[in-house]
Design a protein around this ligand. Structure first.
Ligand SMILES: [Zn+2]
Length: 70
């Protein structure tokens, strides 16, 4: 289920939309180092093969993702 958080303790990977800790140097999912703090919405994907949202967002690895990344 999508969840909303008020603060933004995470930054989002521009490539795969994964949310990672602010001090992370590279994305644990796709190894990109291109991050943005300009993102909206949080979605937790547990099983990408059964999630319509994961298909729409093209997510293949379980984890925590931003819905919108600019
Ligand atoms: Zn990534």
């Amino acid at each position: 289920m999508p969840a909303r958080i008020r603060r933004k303790p995470f930054k989002a990977c521009r490539k795969c939309k994964a949310l990672v800790e602010r001090d992370a140097e590279e994305c644990p999912i796709c190894k990109s180092r291109d991050f943005t703090e300009d993102w909206e919405g949080v979605i937790i994907i547990v099983d990408p093969s059964k999630s319509e949202v994961a298909k729409v967002l093209n997510i293949q690895v379980p984890g925590r993702y931003a819905i919108k990344v600019r």
